[in-house]
Design a protein around this ligand. Sequence first.
Ligand SMILES: CC(=O)SCCNC(=O)CCNC(=O)[C@H](O)C(C)(C)COP(=O)(O)OP(=O)(O)OC[C@H]1O[C@@H](n2cnc3c(N)ncnc32)[C@H](O)[C@@H]1OP(=O)(O)O
Ligand SMILES: O=CC(=O)O
Ligand SMILES: [Mg+2]
Length: 566
Amino acid sequence: MDHRTHLPSTVTESYYDVPDGVDILGRYDEEFAKILKKDALKFVADLQREFRSDIKYALEKRKEAKKRYNEGALPGFDPATSHIREEEWVCAPVPPAAADRKVEITGPVDRKMVINALNSGAKVFMADFEDALSPSWENLMSGQVNLKDALDGTISFHDKVRNRVYKLNEQTAKLFVRPRGWHLPEAHILIDGEPATGCLVDFGLYFYHNYSAFRRTQGAGFGPFFYLPKMEHSREAKIWNSVFEKAENVAGIERGSIRATVLIETLPAVFQMNEILYELKDHSVGLNCGRWDYIFSYVKTFQAHPDRLLPDRVQVGMTQHFMKSYSDLLIRTCHRRGVHAMGGMAAQIPIKDDPVANEAALELVRKDKLREVKAGHDGTWAAHPGLIPACMEVFNNIMSNAPHQIETVKREDAANITAEDLLQIPVGVRTEEGLRLNTRVGIQYLAAWLSGSGCVPLYNLMEDAATAEISRVQNWQWLKYEVELNGDGAGEKVNKELFDRVVEEEMVRIEKEVGTEKFEKGNYKEACKIFARQCTSPELDDFLTLEAYDYIVLHRPKEGTFKTLN
Ligand SMILES: CC(=O)SCCNC(=O)CCNC(=O)[C@H](O)C(C)(C)COP(=O)(O)OP(=O)(O)OC[C@H]1O[C@@H](n2cnc3c(N)ncnc32)[C@H](O)[C@@H]1OP(=O)(O)O
Ligand SMILES: O=CC(=O)O
Ligand SMILES: [Mg+2]
């Protein structure tokens, strides 16, 4: 049987050799073909076939929960699983190779950045197929190539402009990989005629090609290690646990080898932390405060609750009562269950050419990290290599040589945190500048995303998919409820007329800031169209990137028009 995908027998161009039922619609590339091998694709297809109905069910349950919240219900602890919260049990011990995670650098799977991140001096590099990556075929597949080359020790990068060659140091960070969330399809790979589940492609290809090298060179017999994003319920963690078990069986490695840290970054999930750890008991190495998506999720969950509006985005920091309660309860839960409680990302990044502003930004990062380590977090995230020394110093000062604080900072005081604490409405004001900044940042981020960059510096802050989501849903909610902008004393209401004016004026400002040439070429108009539509639509879209994804899907030309790359 001819397994060549998509090409009629008369066409002789390059093709991927695929197993039955798998079709590759993405561009052929010799490098990608080393990843998209028939046996690796079969592994992904087997995962898809085994778990697709569970995933579908979990996504349906998300919809049901959304309906309940939209009808006025509040998220809360589930009485049916109180025994899991109340009983004493612990997760499998933290693997020695991942014991010390004081500072973790995160970043997209771009080749140079992978090398820089692994060499950065951080304990861990979280290679991101998620918030920091625009999931184009090129980015995803070259990301897989880069990670494989990194683990094989063959990765290098030649910056021709600077005539600089990048190679790995002797000592590198430990690699964690973050696949996409359950909701995102991979439209370039069809399995039985349907787009594959994005995260199973990310996980499956990475695991298949690298488990052996990872365990030998990085995991001291454990691994690979993962971060799992955007879950809303423990049933989703249960699917991951089953995926891990299946992968371990196929690879013939010990149960409990694969380890994952789950991001608690949706409001419903904060009520499920014990349950999530319980499902992943043998495969867990902690929880992480994904603060930016968590804020996004707060707005999304309360989209139909005009009494729970957020103030300007810049005012929703970790010291707000609901955010502090979330991080304290996460630490208490993790340490009670014997795993890491990881902190999150400060948005500040180094500011070039302005030492005073740079020092002020660094000071904000230090303050954020000091709060985290004193609260009991075992490690934290850094967005940029330039922040690692400061973050490391803060964590080392408080923790000295200890790899973590699991046994030493139990945070029993946080046991009394209630649903009311976790849901408490944040204090602060709403301003027209808040609306403008959301718009300016949201459009520019989306323009970058459509052009292939999933993480960008904007106004000296890191912006990624999670931060852009806050901008979008906050605009939507303010418009939906025509909220009064009380912070500037003007008392103006946010309505369509004001929003249209803001969009128009901010687009003019963006063009001025980035220059007309970049503005014309840079997808700003498309980004504006998508962003404005989503801010003004009667129903809130679940994810900004779901609609935007359609704009970056690039199926290779079919049959007669297919161009050869060789
Ligand atoms: C909410 C969340 O999910 S947070 C997690 C997702 N977010 C992230 O992962 C943030 C990743 N960070 C980044 O992408 C970048 O640091 C940005 C976009 C924030 C800033 O980018 P820039 O301003 O272009 O960085 P800058 O020009 O200062 O980079 C300087 C050097 O550091 C490197 N660098 C910057 N950030 C990183 C990183 N995260 N990992 C590895 N290398 C990095 C650059 O490659 C560059 O290397 P070079 O000197 O060898 O050329
Ligand atoms: O993924 C992290 C977040 O803050 O969102
Ligand atoms: Mg996130």
